[in-house]
Design a protein. Structure first.
Lengths: 334, 403
């Protein structure tokens, strides 16, 4: 219970830090970087709920990112919805889609699960490409996404959009945190480590996996909505396999065993991209080298490594205390 | 060489204070990197000349080129960064179509001058819902090519009795809309034309055997293709093995570009190609000089994208002269709207930025017969603009763009 309040406190602190950015008049480029990072951060964090906590390696997670983006964009372009209405509709659409895809995929393990999610993603991607009259095909949703005022909030104003994105982002992160620290989160880890044992303990493994799949998809959908608001459009490559690959890179870069690892990975990847793109067109080469160094050199994400070292030091210190106590006890005995 | 030049660009940008910075979001990596490279080449030729002449009020033009990697969301972010971070006062959008639509929305919000130099998708400027007062287009337009090409194809079809047509175009929006529009106008000019087969190979498809077999089985009199770049080269090389081009007349809108026409190993005879960029079209001293200068300075041949960007750069230079170097988006837009420029890429030696929809007109459109050696095209026939204007107006009415 204490941990829960601590996490909520940290979430409020995180939100306040994010809100300080416009208060202190940070350049628009910094705000843009953060907004872009928040959208992709939610994609990576939600994917890590599947990969890091449940052991389900999905290659098709970007389809939910795109589903949220397109559902929201189309709803807004229809002119029949307010922003909150379109937001809820987009999440409901993403959840329904995840429920259908997940019901088919979660019974499969490892490579079969990975490839089936990839297949569904490519199916969804091709629907976007092929249904030109509805989705705009490869040109995406053209003409911008209308942002009518609601409750006095004007998302056409960049500062208000930033605040809105920050709140949505922190709420999603807080939800993810509550999930991974709840009994449900520990059930996910148990399934990841030994799903047969979990089943023997009476856990309905497919149902838990499906719930995790749907929650994860909804958070990715929110990421898609934030990106749609940022770029004022939705494009097919939001749902292409390379976007799923990018999210996996983010997890690799940051680390999958620490809660905020994928977020750190997102920041690293975006920073690497934004810096290298200013100096060379060979960004992929730079990213490839960095990933090679991480995979071959560290064999884990930097945050995982830091957490591991912290744990080792903590254990070493505890051992030293125990040794000292044993020594003292030994002295006392003689 | 081009890449090396681009790598150096940021360093230059930091050194020159007071320069007029022009941000160029484009594609510099992946299979269509040639788009960005030859676009930048076209811009450099004009801006270097402007700078050598002293610039305006002592201010020179400096390009800040960024790679969007062909992703629209990256194009949008890069464009915002160019304005907010790099302090670019003008955006020259050398993106492909999907990126251009994303950039258009950024320009709507930021209000700087923008010229789209590569997007051929007609709706970008034709659809009033997408209109942005400070955004213009110097790229050729799909509907213009379709009307001009349809007219040319119909004349050949009538003369040679080509009634049964097949199509082979890439399976995405550009390929499908371009092909539909071309065939619509071919039928408009020759009512006997009918499409008996359609094939839609995937973009960047490596093997065309199935497509070629389908086309052979159709036993069509003629074929239209909107394939482009490496895909077109691969298709021609593979179709040659089956003798496809001996059995039918072929019309390929994108064959005429350098980088394609000079890359085909076994060139088919009598293939009709749309005008992209060619040193002999028009066969004038100015065009030849421009070509020679481009090759000498950029170390590669210009493409269709090169001239489109060169024209964009010329509009910017002329507008700067009119505003006395003031880069304010509204003032620059007022200067460019309706502007006519002397240009070797125009049918009458001029090109015009049409005021009603901020798009380029009077540029050279047409078809010719492709050949394997320089100048790669013969018997080029430029389309007249009056019928294009008339049919374009009807097309806009049909789309609901005008009443």
């Amino acid at each position: 219970m204490v941990g829960r309040w601590r996490d909520l406190g940290l979430a409020v602190l995180g939100l306040m830090l994010l809100l300080l950015v416009p208060v202190f008049g940070a350049p628009p480029a910094i705000r843009d970087f953060i907004m872009f990072g928040m959208a992709y951060g939610l994609l990576a964090m939600s994917l890590n709920l599947l990969i890091g906590y449940t052991g389900l390696v999905s290659f098709g997670h970007a389809m939910f990112f795109a589903a949220g983006a397109y559902a929201f964009g189309l709803a807004m372009q229809s002119g029949k919805f307010s922003i909150p209405g379109a937001f809820v509709l987009a999440i409901a659409f993403t959840a329904t889609m995840a429920l259908i895809v997940g019901a088919i995929c979660v019974r499969l393990n490892e490579i079969y699960f990975a490839f089936l999610t990839l297949a569904f993603q490519m199916l969804f991607y091709n629907i976007i490409l092929g249904w030109v009259s509805f989705t705009g095909g490869d040109q995406g949703l053209m003409g911008g996404i209308p942002r009518p005022k609601f409750l006095g909030i004007d998302l056409a104003d960049r500062t208000q959009l930033y605040i809105f994105c920050s709140i949505a982002f922190i709420v999603c992160i807080a939800i993810l945190r509550q999930i991974v620290t709840s009994p449900f989160g520990y059930t996910l880890r148990m399934i990841r480590d030994n799903q047969e044992r979990a089943a023997f303990l009476g856990i309905n493994v497919p149902l838990v996996k499906l719930a995790c799949f749907v929650i994860s998809a909804c958070i990715a959908g929110v990421g898609g909505i934030l990106l749609t608001l940022f770029v004022s459009g939705a494009y097919p490559n939001f749902g292409f396999w390379t976007t799923s690959g990018e999210a996996i890179f983010m997890i690799l870069l940051g680390g999958s065993n620490v809660f905020l690892g994928p977020l750190v990975g997102t920041v690293i990847l975006r920073l690497l991209n934004d810096i290298t793109v200013s100096y060379t067109s060979h960004t992929e080469l730079v990213l490839g080298i960095v990933i090679l160094v991480l995979v071959l050199g560290l064999r884990k994400g930097p945050l995982d490594l830091l957490a591991e070292r912290w744990e080792n030091r903590r254990q070493a210190a505890a051992q030293a205390v125990r040794d000292a106590a044993d020594k003292d006890a030994g002295k006392g005995g003689t | 060489m081009v890449a090396a030049g681009l790598v150096g660009a940021p360093a230059i940008s930091k050194a020159q204070t007071g320069a007029i910075k022009i941000g160029v979001p484009t594609i510099l990596s992946g299979r269509v990197a040639i788009l960005g490279q030859t676009s930048v080449g076209g811009l450099k030729v004009v801006f270097d000349k402007f700078n050598e002449a002293g610039g305006i009020n002592g201010r020179k033009i400096e390009m800040v080129v960024r790679d969007s990697k062909g992703a629209p969301q990256e194009a949008a972010k890069v464009t915002r960064d160019l304005v907010n971070n790099d302090k670019c006062e003008i955006i020259l959008d050398a993106e492909a179509s999907s990126g251009a639509f994303a950039v258009q929305e950024v320009i709507r919000e930021m209000g700087v001058l923008c010229i789209h130099s590569n997007s051929e998708t007609s709706s970008l400027t034709a659809d009033p819902k997408l209109h942005v007062p400070t955004a213009f287009r110097t790229a050729r337009q799909g509907i213009h090519d379709a009307i001009g090409g349809g007219d040319y194809a119909a004349k050949i079809a009538k003369a040679k009795g080509l009634k049964k047509w097949a199509t082979c175009s890439p399976d995405y929006a550009y390929g499908r809309s371009n092909t539909a529009e071309f065939m619509e106008y071919a039928k408009h000019f020759d009512g006997n034309i009918q499409v008996v087969e359609e094939s839609w190979p995937k973009l960047f498809q490596p093997d065309y055997t199935e497509v070629v077999t389908k086309l052979l089985n159709a036993k069509a009199d003629a074929m239209y293709s909107a394939l482009w770049g490496g895909d077109l080269v691969a298709f021609i090389d593979q179709a040659n093995l089956y003798g496809l081009f001996d059995k039918q007349a072929s019309f390929m809108v994108n064959l005429g570009d350098y980088g394609v026409v000079d890359q085909v190993k076994q060139f088919p005879q009598g293939v009709y190609s749309g005008g992209r960029y060619n040193r002999t079209v028009p066969a004038t001293k100015e065009n030849e000089e421009w070509y020679q200068n481009y090759v000498k300075t950029q170390k590669h041949k210009p493409t269709n994208w090169s001239w489109e960007n060169a024209v964009a750069a010329e509009f910017i230079v002329e507008a700067l002269k009119k505003t006395n170097g003031d880069t304010n988006g509204k003032k620059m837009a007022e200067a460019i709207k309706g502007m006519t420029l002397k240009s070797q890429f125009g049918t009458k030696g001029t090109v015009t930025m049409r005021a009603e929809d901020n798009t380029l007109v009077d540029y050279i459109i047409g078809y010719g017969v492709s050949q394997s050696k320089e100048p790669y095209v013969s018997d080029f026939q430029a389309s007249a603009w009056e019928p294009i204007f008339e049919l374009e107006k009807q097309w806009k009415k049909k789309q609901g763009y005008i009443s």
